[in-house]
Unconditional design. Structure first.
Ligand SMILES: NC(=O)c1ccc[n+]([C@@H]2O[C@H](COP(=O)([O-])OP(=O)(O)OC[C@H]3O[C@@H](n4cnc5c(N)ncnc54)[C@H](OP(=O)(O)O)[C@@H]3O)[C@@H](O)[C@H]2O)c1
Length: 336
């Protein structure tokens, strides 16, 4: 049984712990929170025994094998780096990093700690329906583009409207629609079509100077993919990938609840399965499998790292195109 430590005590951490326990591969042992009382509350609820409010002690004294990091985006890098320095495996929530420079530095840390593994918790790539779409695409004679939408009103936008700056709508915490829901769409695009040749992002900026919503255009050699992302309004549009006369239709490009294939005769067939009740179950199983047998899963792990690298590069390039900068160093950087 692998031992799990956690950073962040919001609902998403609880969902990951539930998935980890359901997988039968993990046991939560160690909780970090900025507030010891909160760490204890979370630990009691989940039968963990170790609690910390000091990050260095958490890493040096905690008995866990891997940390799951679900803190605000801009903190991921330092917390992941520190974990590697203490020889812990890392599962870091999406987006793994705030920019390319951070990704490269984590790669360097991984080279210095070759026994450690680092996973970006991009849950949808581990789910069956994502792979079903990949398999269907391989059978389609021609792809002519895709329109992928993920727009969900965030209750935290109410706080923005009330004059506050919640983390997810803050430049300081590397927030914004693209960095949040846009990560799912970026994983779809890169996972299904590879890296585009050219990209542009047209953000709708909000008072806090991040993108509340936006449209990204990804140019591939023979087609274009459009991403519609937003946290300041709702969209009920399905998403689709256009073949020649055939089409793949998804109820939602991130949740992938229902996926169907409309063939060239107009026949519609479901190509998906009913998703797991806990959408993080598949990734919890996959991460455990790789940690338990790294040699046996080397190529799978490397393909996830490469996908993560490309997705984070795409997000960075899109932000550059939309003139959204998290710090001065990001300004005037050439696209990489
Ligand atoms: N995969 C998914 O489906 C999914 C869904 C939602 C979110 N996420 C990702 O999970 C991460 C966390 O998102 P969230 O919405 O839960 O973020 P959040 O509520 O802003 O913060 C998460 C946790 O970080 C700690 N924290 C909050 N503000 C902090 C600050 N100023 N300094 C240091 N620590 C702070 C808090 O834990 P303590 O108070 O205990 O220290 C909090 O519970 C993000 O990277 C997000 O993209 C993923």
């Amino acid at each position: 049984m692998l031992k799990l430590g956690i950073i962040g005590t919001n609902w998403i951490t609880q969902q990951f712990i539930d998935a980890a326990h359901e997988s039968g591969e993990w046991q939560l042992t160690t909780v970090y929170s900025r507030h010891l009382a909160r760490a204890r509350e979370f630990a009691t609820l989940n039968h963990a025994t170790e609690t910390f409010d000091d990050l260095d002690q958490f890493y040096s004294q905690g008995s866990f094998d891997a940390v799951y990091i679900a803190s605000p985006n801009s903190l991921h890098f330092e917390q992941a780096k520190l974990a590697l320095a203490h020889e812990k495996h890392v599962i870091v929530e999406k987006p793994a990093v705030a920019n390319q420079a951070e990704f490269e530095q984590l790669d360097e840390c991984l080279r210095q700690h070759p026994d450690c593994l680092l996973f970006e918790a991009a849950r949808q790539i581990h789910e069956v329906n994502f792979k079903r779409i990949q398999a269907q695409l391989a059978k389609m004679p021609r792809i002519q583009g895709a329109t992928l939408t993920y727009m969900k009103y965030s209750s935290r936008y109410d706080a923005v409207l009330a004059g506050e700056e919640p983390n997810i709508f803050s430049l300081k915490f590397a927030g914004g629609a693209l960095q949040d829901l846009g990560v799912y769409l970026a994983y779809d695009a890169v996972g299904w079509f590879g890296m585009p040749d050219e990209v542009a992002y047209y953000p709708t900026l909000i008072r806090t100077k991040v993108d509340g919503k936006g449209v990204a255009v990804l140019r591939y050699p023979s087609f274009t993919v459009t991403l519609n992302v937003g946290k300041t309004s709702n969209s009920f549009l399905p998403s689709e990938i256009n073949g020649l006369r055939d089409t793949i239709v998804m109820d939602n490009a991130a949740e992938l609840g229902q996926v169907s294939y409309h063939d060239d005769q107009g026949t519609v067939q479901s190509i998906g399965v009913k998703p797991d009740k806990n959408p993080m179950l598949a990734e919890a199983r996959d991460f455990a499998a790789v940690i338990n047998d790294p040699a046996g899963h080397r190529s799978e792990y490397q393909s996830w790292r490469q996908l993560s690298r490309n997705v984070n590069k795409l997000l960075f390039n899109l932000r550059q195109s939309g003139h959204i900068y998290f710090n001065d160093a990001e300004r005037n950087q050439p696209d990489k």
